[in-house]
Ligand binder design. Structure first.
Ligand code: PLP
Length: 414
């Protein structure tokens, strides 16, 4: 951890000094320097607290953080210090976590679709744990990584709230065929994996998936496999404003584990929670770079409002499109708090407003119908709960530089 102290983008703050305070101080400095570059402030103490809360609520489950959710160096280094594992979806993510010293046995190559070259890379870099949910993936691994230990991805397909795209996991019906195919190709299957998706998770869905996983374990045992690892995926919420609280979901997971994989049964449990760890730790600030007023009577505008509609372009607001396989960040009004530093008041009434990302990126519709005071070019907007699926892996977003991240941690969390 001491490595952080030498970093120019790390600040130790006193307890009680909030991310918001830090952000406002940074804004004052930026305004003095006339700098309009968007930036993040990350409270690493928040991630430490989340980790401790996770270990307390789910004492049998080891977290493997999905790097695609937030690949920022501060987050990866912190979670490595906290001895978490990492779930990587490609070679670049494996290389990133290994560059900070994470050993191969703490890495799970968890993409359902893998490039052969990336599988070979995993093989030559000591990453043994991979997953598969169809014959094509199985054959690729059999040919390119004979020493792999595979998790069979399953879906409890009778559950309506399970992942709707069926991207993750095979049905129980196909499990036996896949396990037999793995046997024929002399591939070691070490366990089962599932991921329920990331939105509106019902605690009960876990119980049904854990039950399905247990059936898959039984099939594996019948075929002579010594299965000893269960991955229960991610999908636990990162903020408190969701239908089911984290502790409620954890209680459902614990009872399902106790029922189907009781303590002492020889099965190790892992999970890949992404948004849970990082959502609330990151706050984003972006300035208005352009604005356009649309008369209220224009088609498509809200006729009930005699106000003009302000369309503003915020510089480099992180985009869902920059992480193509990840769930979209919740930039809508439900879980992301967008606040102008200046709040609406009688002198500054609100207007129905739309926000757009950098020009030329059609997909960057950040929000529509927001009630904001009339904002001017150069004013700043603050986006809370921005830690999940917002940091692009590539070096630039539509020609804009990656937003700078200032990390902070309180002495107490340290
Ligand atoms: C297979 C898998 N596991 C875990 C996660 C993490 O999900 P969350 O960030 O909702 O915890 C994802 C996200 O897309 C995923 O695809």
């Amino acid at each position: 951890m001491n490595g952080y102290l030498n970093e120019s983008n790390f600040m130790m703050v006193e307890e009680g000094f909030t991310t918001r305070d830090l952000l406002e101080n940074l804004l004052v400095e930026l305004c003095q320097a006339s700098d309009q570059q968007a930036f993040f402030v990350a409270d690493l103490g928040d991630i430490v607290k989340k980790h401790l809360r996770f270990l307390k609520a789910l004492p049998r489950v080891k977290p493997y953080f999905p790097v695609k959710c937030n690949c920022s160096e501060g987050v990866i280094r912190l979670l490595a210090e906290l001895e978490a594992g990492f779930a990587c979806t490609n070679k670049a993510e494996i290389a990133r976590v290994q560059s900070i010293g994470v050993p191969g046995d703490k890495i799970f190559y968890s993409s359902p679709c893998k490039q052969v070259a990336h599988i070979k890379y995993a093989a030559s870099h000591g990453v043994r744990l991979l997953n598969f949910d169809n014959e094509v993936e199985l054959s690729k691994v059999a040919r390119s990584h004979p020493g792999a230990g595979l998790l069979l991805g399953v879906t409890a397909d009778s559950i309506p709230s399970a992942h709707p795209s069926a991207t993750f996991g095979t049905t129980l019906k196909s499990c036996r065929l896949l396990l037999e195919a793995a046997k024929e190709q002399a591939v070691e299957v070490v366990g089962v994996s599932f991921h329920l998706g990331s939105h509106g998770l019902e605690p009960q869905a876990f119980a049904q998936s854990v039950a399905a996983a247990q059936l898959a374990f039984e099939m594996g045992t019948e075929l002579g496999y010594q299965m000893h690892l269960l991955d229960i995926g991610g999908g636990v919420p990162g903020t408190e404003d969701t239908r089911a609280r984290f502790e409620e979901i954890a209680a459902a997971i614990n009872s399902a584990l106790d029922l189907y994989f009781p303590d002492g049964c020889g099965v190790e449990i892992i999970a890949t929670p992404g948004r849970y760890y990082v959502t609330s730790a990151f706050t984003f600030a972006a300035s208005i770079t352009a604005r356009e007023e649309v008369p209220a009577e224009q088609p498509g505008s809200d006729a009930r409002r005699p106000l003009c509609i302000t369309s503003a372009m915020a510089s480099t607001v992180p985009s869902a499109a920059s992480c193509s396989t990840a769930p979209a960040p919740d930039l809508g009004c439900t879980s992301c708090f967008i606040s102008p530093l200046q709040r609406p008041s009688p002198e500054h009434p609100s207007h129905s407003s739309s926000l757009r990302g950098p020009p030329g990126r059609e997909e960057d519709r950040i929000a529509d119908g927001l009630e904001l005071p009339e904002l001017q070019v150069g004013e700043w907007l603050i986006f809370e709960d921005m830690g999940a699926y917002t940091i692009a892996a590539s070096s630039s977003l539509g020609g804009c530089p990656q937003p700078h991240i200032t990390y902070a941690m309180s002495r107490v969390a340290w």
